[in-house]
Design a protein around this ligand. Structure first.
Ligand SMILES: Cc1cc2nc3c(=O)[nH]c(=O)nc-3n(C[C@H](O)[C@H](O)[C@H](O)COP(=O)(O)OP(=O)(O)OC[C@H]3O[C@@H](n4cnc5c(N)ncnc54)[C@H](O)[C@@H]3O)c2cc1C
Ligand code: FES
Length: 262
């Protein structure tokens, strides 16, 4: 039987727009519905398209943090305060935040999904690793510092922090601190290697994944990943769940349902 849980939907006005990093913008809007860290919403840009976006701010004034990569996301990053968008959701299973020492590892716009989880843990218990290609693309460093005991960064080109990627940074941090859980969000190749590192180190982990989505609500099957629906059973999966997934880190389906290598 299909489990259709009620979701809210509304047309909302953008109340603020903030440029966070190169080509990345946060849009805030008032929409007082309950949401948990790691959940996402379907965002309708009138006349353009509807796309999934993680909630980067929870509470009554919600937020999404968008990187322009195509038609809908470029239309969103171009929007100004006063512009109208449609939102429905929140959808999906977010992070199950556990007790103990947490390492949050975010790559690129993955920080948008992770920060509400970081902010839900007592700051003394959470360390954050932020990876980006270059310094200008580092996202939410100040906000992470306000919510974490330690924040470290890596850049692929060495312009800030560790010269390397977020998984190498996480490995260096694991050598100094024993973590009870690792939370990850970012490009899937990064998550694949982070998952392997966590298995090697025996640390439980949770990773937020992306797949092409249409309904966002568990009905159409376009977000299928090894028999799971990323919009319903995910987007956050535990390390144990990911262990058995053959498509994880290797392939996804495009908007026509064709398999595409990652
Ligand atoms: C649960 C979830 C949460 C997300 N959260 C965020 C977020 O917080 N911030 C953010 O900037 N983006 C987020 N995304 C990705 C975002 O939805 C896509 O970038 C967007 O749908 C692209 O639409 P477009 O019309 O701009 O680009 P298109 O013109 O449709 O596509 C541009 C490129 O992006 C690829 N693409 C399109 N959709 C996806 C997808 N779902 N996954 C991977 N590649 C895709 C296309 O194959 C193409 O190569 C999230 C995706 C999911 C599934
Ligand atoms: S997007 Fe339709 S089932 Fe997930």
């Amino acid at each position: 039987m299909i489990d259709v849980r009620p979701a809210s939907q509304a047309m909302v006005a953008i109340v603020s727009r903030n440029e966070e990093a190169k080509d990345v913008v946060t849009l805030r809007f008032d929409w007082d519905v309950p949401a948990t860290p790691g959940q996402f919403v379907m965002v309708w840009v009138p006349g353009v398209d509807e796309v999934p976006m993680s909630l980067s701010y929870l509470g009554a004034r919600k937020g999404i943090t968008v990187k322009g990569v195509g038609e809908a996301t470029n239309a969103l990053t171009a929007m100004q305060a006063g512009g109208m968008i449609g939102v429905r959701g929140p959808y999906g299973r977010g992070y199950r935040i556990l007790e103990g020492k947490v390492l949050a590892v975010g790559g690129g716009t993955g920080m948008a999904s992770l920060l509400p989880a970081v902010e839900a843990v007592p700051s003394a218990e959470v360390h954050t690793a932020i990876g980006a290609r270059t310094e200008a693309e580092l996202l939410f460093e100040e906000r992470a510092k306000n919510a974490s005991a330690t924040v470290r960064v890596s850049t692929d080109d060495g312009s800030r922090g560790l010269h390397g990627n977020a998984v190498q940074l996480a490995k260096a941090m694991m050598a100094e601190t024993r973590y009870d859980v690792v939370l990850g969000c970012g490009p899937e190749r990064m998550l694949y290697h982070l998952h392997r590192l966590c298995l090697e180190q025996g640390i439980p982990c949770q990773m937020s994944l992306e797949r092409y989505m249409r309904c966002g609500a568990g009905l159409c099957g376009s977000c299928a990943l090894d028999g799971s629906r990323v919009c319903r059973e995910g987007p956050v999966f535990t390390g144990e769940e990911l262990k058995g997934m053959r498509e994880f880190g290797k392939q996804r389906r495009d908007e026509c349902g064709r398999r595409v290598r990652l």
